[in-house]
Design a protein around this ligand. Structure first.
Ligand code: HEM
Length: 410
């Protein structure tokens, strides 16, 4: 099959309810699919996605490789222009830089995100999760997304960076309002919301930085202040790094918690297996990430011409990496549409691959492990209270809008 006539509608309800059938058709086609709406070739096979993600000539940002007028024309095409704060600290970041700048920015914070470093957060996360469950003591039914998952990442990532706990709910609002603009809908209304949230977030972080400069604490922002004083960051790089850390893991953590829970409820045998053998939980978490990646789509621009499956693509081509489709590739995973808590090996691409591999992957896994272990320890029963679970529309994120569950304490 060729993909020339393929009816690709990633904003449709049918895509959000089951993107995996569409991903299958894309994978089985003879060639990558040209997505004209965003001038991008979509790659869906594990091998193609991996080759592009690990190629140093495939970059996240063209800013270093184009003239000012070219950059402005590109920003206009994407409706990314006339957003002064967004341009300064969101459109440029560690995630959206490459080569030496990317290596320098990534190196400054890499040590804070190793498995060993994040394991020191375990007691803090555990206490937060226990308190959160206690606070829901009189609820037999909750929206697992709003009442539970949504509270976790703001607190945990905020704690790591040094944001006071009482501000963590505000972090979620800013994150959502900024991140929504990475989706396919780039209307002027959404643009205003994204720019205003970026400005407020910027001003908040400048204030927090001033406070920590006066009275440093044992947190990442205080360490970054020392690094900036030593010339390792500019002020905009400092703010964009703080913002990226607070945003990159925010919606993704909420979404994967929700779809992880939803998946367990759809596969009661798997849930029972985890009750019988709790040591399988870390493996099951890996499988939750493979099965329902919360960030299933990223892009790369080609600096040189490149060949994929015998077809030549010129320098300047943009590729869409469908991590969510690659994770279900039968060439890589046996029975890829089966949720298998014992799957091993499980080299899914939900955290990407190559230079931009997710910095927060150990933290994301730790949160999930603590949460699912605690839920299984403290509750004897979970069930869907409303079987009609609606997933968010779009290509860039995957997560349930609501997940009403009933639960019974032990
Ligand atoms: C919860 C699930 C998460 C998923 C599925 C996820 C996924 C990803 C993916 C796929 C990328 C690579 C983007 C690309 O290929 O272009 C990435 C990058 C990144 N993630 Fe995550 N992420 C998660 C959580 C987190 C958390 C908790 C943090 C931090 C607290 C975080 C921080 C970052 C950063 C800083 C980058 C940029 C790395 C770079 O460009 O070098 N992520 N993430």
């Amino acid at each position: 099959m060729t993909t020339a006539t393929f009816n690709f509608k990633p904003l449709s309800l049918s895509f959000s309810q089951d993107p995996y059938e569409v991903y299958r058709q894309l994978r089985e086609a003879d060639e990558p699919f040209y997505f004209a709406d965003v001038d991008m070739w979509l790659l869906s096979r594990y091998e193609d996605v991996s080759i592009i993600a690990t190629n140093p000539k495939m970059v996240r940002s063209l800013a270093e490789h184009e003239s000012r007028p070219e950059a402005e024309a590109r920003q206009r095409r994407a409706n990314w222009h006339e957003m002064p704060f967004h341009e300064r600290v969101v459109q440029f970041s560690l995630l959206d830089s490459d080569g030496d700048i990317h290596r320098r920015l990534r190196k400054q914070i890499f040590g804070e995100f190793t498995a060993r470093a994040v394991s020191t957060l375990e007691p803090v996360v555990q206490k937060f999760v226990d308190d959160l469950i206690d606070s829901l003591d009189d609820h037999d039914q909750i929206d697992f997304i709003e009442d539970f998952a949504a509270h976790v990442p703001g607190f945990v990532i905020g704690h790591l960076l040094g944001v006071p706990a009482e501000h963590s709910e505000q972090l979620r609002l800013w994150s959502e309002q900024v991140v929504q603009y990475f989706g396919l809908d780039r209307s002027w209304e959404r643009k205003q919301i994204a720019e205003t949230a970026t400005r407020e977030f910027f001003e908040y972080l400048i204030e927090l930085k001033a406070e920590r400069t006066k009275s440093p604490k044992d947190d990442l922002i205080s360490k970054m202040i020392v690094d900036e004083a030593n010339g390792l960051y500019s002020e905009d790089e400092f703010i964009s790094t703080c913002m990226l850390i607070l945003m990159a893991g925010h919606g993704s953590t909420i979404d994967v918690l929700g779809s992880g829970m939803h998946t367990l409820l759809k596969y009661p045998d798997a849930l029972q297996r985890l009750r019988d053998e709790t040591s399988l939980i870390p493996n099951a978490i890996q499988e939750m990430f493979r099965f329902e990646p919360p960030l299933p789509f990223f892009h790369r621009h080609a600096l040189d011409e490149t060949t994929i499956r015998g077809q030549l693509y010129p320098a300047g081509t943009t590729f869409g990496l469908l991590y969510g489709a690659a994770n279900r590739d039968p060439e890589k995973f046996d029975a890829p549409d089966t949720f298998d808590v014992e799957r091993t090996p499980n080299r899914h691409l939900s955290f990407g691959l190559g230079a931009h591999l997710c910095l927060g992957n150990n933290l994301a896994r730790l949160n999930m492990k603590i949460i699912f272990e605690t839920l299984l320890r403290r509750f004897s029963h979970f069930e869907l209270a409303d079987a009609d679970v609606v997933y968010k529309r779009g290509l860039s994120v995957r997560g349930a809008e609501k997940l009403n569950i009933a639960w019974k304490r032990k």
